[in-house]
Ligand binder design. Structure first.
Ligand code: GLN
Length: 738
């Protein structure tokens, strides 16, 4: 044993003792952190404790569940396991679990995607299980390619590790291909798993990558499960879902269980039948990953089912509480894909219910909550009566998002506040609580305390008994506030250009905001979504919105946009209102630069976008501007690698007033551009949600154009109650010191 390792062990043991006995705190990270300080190779030095080897689980969603269940299966099969069960998934968490453990058969660890590059070179795991990659915390990760590159680099540092990956996710399949190339092999040391047939799920609006990363062409799908998962093929280069070595077949999705068979299509064996008392298609993928991992480590189907039967998640993942006779389901959701799957679980319950969302924006959550606008809350609005609450540091943002889905939510101060309000509602109403990363522990603690407290049970029973009309407290799904919509031949037309490519950070929410603000005023409106490859006659359009996008999608979309150059120029010169965010904004200029390559722009505005560094050199911040178009501060979120320089005399959209944030570039502290009725800006957020003045400015111009086009006269826009929007705006402006 090396001296450093010996020192690391002593110091971690001392700090564990101190944390437990003196500070009464869990010791999931700190002992490993100090140990790594003393011995940076401590994971490598300690891995000898693992007699048979180790498995690392990575992926955006499902890591903790898969890791814990896989460890359970191994234990059911009679093996001893070291595992970072609480989800402490940085190198310090993994080091801590290893240092705390004695000798064991296997190590099963979950790792943060970006930290795999630190963990794997030392651990040299036998298997890396890659579950999925969805957009998550892009303020920390930049664009998704960066996570992929980092995972490929990690695999290259551990060439014996076999990659066990979800082949239904093209982002994972591309990693498998890249990892093989990185170690100079024709065949990846990899094993593909997936779901063989469509699960028949309703599709959500925003998905991550549906583009081939080999050749930047849009995939065609035989079927899509959710997000980008499914059976895809690139019509150009043929990149497609690899043959499945393990497949889930005959999937059954019910409100109280999932069931399927795990088969090896290349073999003729019967396969294993599994069923689990959980709801949600994503559990099929989680359980499949567990089953594949367990089979590879030599466990029987019996051990897998046994572990599933005994699985009692106590970490806020699908955890159930009985609070005063009411069933409360708590689940974590931290990105749009996970959230959409959660909402499907809630929507399956068509009885009156309570739904609460807790959203924080701490470091570990990501400082930006634009992603709330990439979630289809609209689906929930159709799922019957419910009482909805919004909490957490960004509870107000949540409230605004729900408002535009026609769902009224009351803001709650805390989970205790939620519980107090819930007590007044009949206990027959199930409650669904969805919390993101750092808001989850506090909510969970409050629910646990309430579940343990029998006095609330008695008072709630009394209250429920005296509640005369169960529907009186519920039913707060709001109908459209505006007048009755008459079918008309002549609605105001909003064109959303290329939402399948240009759709970062909830930018599509801008269209939702515009549409609702017309609807609430009783003005007929039609939204036309122009997909990649389609065209539209802009002479029939009153407002154009284009969003931002990752580099690859932006590059492909720019060809569509440049093909419309003459029409767009006509539209803008004839006072057509246009909103272009970030990636689309960059395209308005003469040219933009991407990894040393110059890409032609629309040339509508005298401006150029350059990229001084790589995609990792980003300007990422919540940001506030003062703009002549708004009396309030304009708040939003920027995340871009390009820097934009305006020509002489070109007016910016606004001037940066927050202490952080850059806008166009580091030198001018101006953001965006204003020209006629065109607004270009780096602000996501989405921009219009918390800046209703800008929304109404664009709508006023859209109505004028509509009048010119159709002859229909419009009154000036009637004021709306913007209290929720302005309150969320004020909270962010105050936070930014603007
Ligand atoms: N890909 C572009 C950049 O990084 C635009 C990003 C965006 O739209 N957020 O500069």
């Amino acid at each position: 044993m090396g001296l450093r390792y010996a020192g690391a062990r002593v110091i971690s043991a001392a700090s564990t003792w101190g944390l437990k006995h003196l500070f009464h705190r869990p010791a999931a990270n700190f002992p490993g952190k100090v140990a790594l300080y003393v011995d940076p190779q401590v994971i490598g030095d300690a891995r000898g404790k693992l007699e048979r080897g180790s498995v690392v689980v990575v992926g955006t969603n499902g890591k903790t569940t898969v890791t814990n269940l896989l460890a359970d299966v191994l234990e059911c099969a009679g093996m001893s396991v070291v595992c970072n069960r609480t989800g402490a998934n940085l190198d310090s968490g993994i080091a801590t679990s290893l240092l705390h453990a004695g000798h064991a058969d296997w190590g099963v660890f979950e790792s943060d995607e970006l930290w795999l590059a630190k963990v794997l070179p030392q651990l040299q795991a036998d298997y890396v299980v890659l579950l999925n990659l969805f957009r998550d915390q892009l303020d920390r990760c930049g664009e998704i390619d960066r996570i992929q590159d980092s995972i490929v680099g990690a695999l290259a540092s551990s060439p014996k590790s076999v990659l066990v990956y979800n082949a239904d996710d093209p982002l994972c399949a591309y990693i498998a291909e890249q990892a093989a190339q990185a170690v100079g092999r024709e065949h990846t040391p990899s094993i593909a798993f997936g779901v063989s047939a469509s699960m028949g799920l309703a599709q959500n609006t925003v998905t991550d990558a549906t583009m081939c990363q080999r050749c930047s062409t849009m995939f065609t799908y035989d079927f899509r499960q959710y997000g980008q998962l499914g059976e895809y093929i690139c019509p150009s280069c043929g990149f497609s879902r690899p043959a499945l070595e393990f497949a889930a077949e005959n999937v059954e999705l019910a409100s109280d269980h999932v069931a399927f068979e795990v088969v090896r299509p290349s073999e003729n064996n019967a396969g294993i039948s599994l069923s689990a008392p959980f709801n949600g298609a994503y559990m099929v993928y989680n359980l499949l990953a567990v089953a594949v991992g367990a089979e590879l480590l030599g466990c029987s189907g019996k051990a897998i089912q046994q572990a599933i039967d005994a699985f009692n998640p106590q970490n806020g993942r699908l955890e159930t509480f009985d609070i005063a006779g009411r069933t409360v389901l708590l689940n974590l959701a931290k990105n749009p894909t996970g959230f959409n799957q959660n909402l499907k679980i809630v929507a399956q319950d068509d009885q009156p219910k309570v739904v609460a969302f807790f959203i924080n924006d701490k470091e570990a959550d990501g400082r930006d909550v634009s992603w709330l606008w990439d979630i289809d809350f609209e689906e929930l609005a159709d799922s019957g009566r419910m009482q909805v609450f919004a909490g957490g540091i960004r509870g107000k943002d949540m409230q605004v998002r729900l408002k535009y889905a026609d769902i009224h939510a009351d803001v709650v101060e805390s989970a205790e506040d939620l519980l107090a309000r819930m007590q007044k509602l009949p206990t027959s109403h199930n409650a669904y609580v969805i919390a993101n990363y750092t808001s989850l522990p506090l909510v969970k603690a409050a629910l646990e305390a309430a579940a343990a407290d029998t006095s609330t049970a008695e008072s709630a029973v009394e209250l429920a008994a005296s509640a005369s009309d169960p529907s009186a407290a519920a039913g707060t799904v709001e109908p459209a506030a505006g007048g009755v919509e008459e079918p008309t031949d002549n609605p105001v037309v909003i064109a959303h250009l290329f939402p399948d490519l240009l759709n970062l950070y909830g930018d599509g929410g801008n269209v939702r905001v515009l549409e609702q603000r017309l609807r609430w005023r009783g003005i007929p409106v039609e939204v036309v979504r122009v997909q990649h490859g389609d065209t539209i006659d802009l002479a029939q359009v009153d407002l154009v919105m284009m969003g931002g996008s990752p580099d690859r999608e932006q590059r492909l979309a720019s060809a569509d946009v440049v093909a419309m150059r003459d029409d767009l120029k006509d539209y803008v010169e004839n006072d057509g209102p246009l909103l272009a965010i970030c990636g689309s904004y960059q395209m308005l200029g003469h040219e933009w630069l991407l990894d040393g390559q110059t890409v032609e722009g629309l040339g509508l505005i005298d401006m150029t976008t350059r990229r001084p560094g790589t995609s990792a050199d980003r300007l990422t911040n919540n940001i506030a501007l003062s703009s002549p178009l708004a009396a309030h501060p304009v708040v939003g979120y920027e995340n871009h690698a390009g820097r934009t320089y305006l020509g002489e005399g070109v007016e910016p959209f606004g001037q940066v007033t927050s202490s952080v944030g850059c806008g166009n570039n580091e030198q001018t502290h101006a953001d965006g551009v204003r020209y006629k009725n065109l607004i270009g800006t780096y602000l996501h957020g989405p921009l219009l949600a918390k800046n209703p003045e800008i929304a109404d400015h664009l709508l006023t111009e859209a109505l004028k154009r509509h009048t010119r086009r159709s002859g229909i006269k419009h009154e000036p826009l009637a004021p709306l109650d913007d209290a929720a929007e302005l309150s969320a705006n004020a909270a962010m402006a105050a936070k930014l010191g603007a």
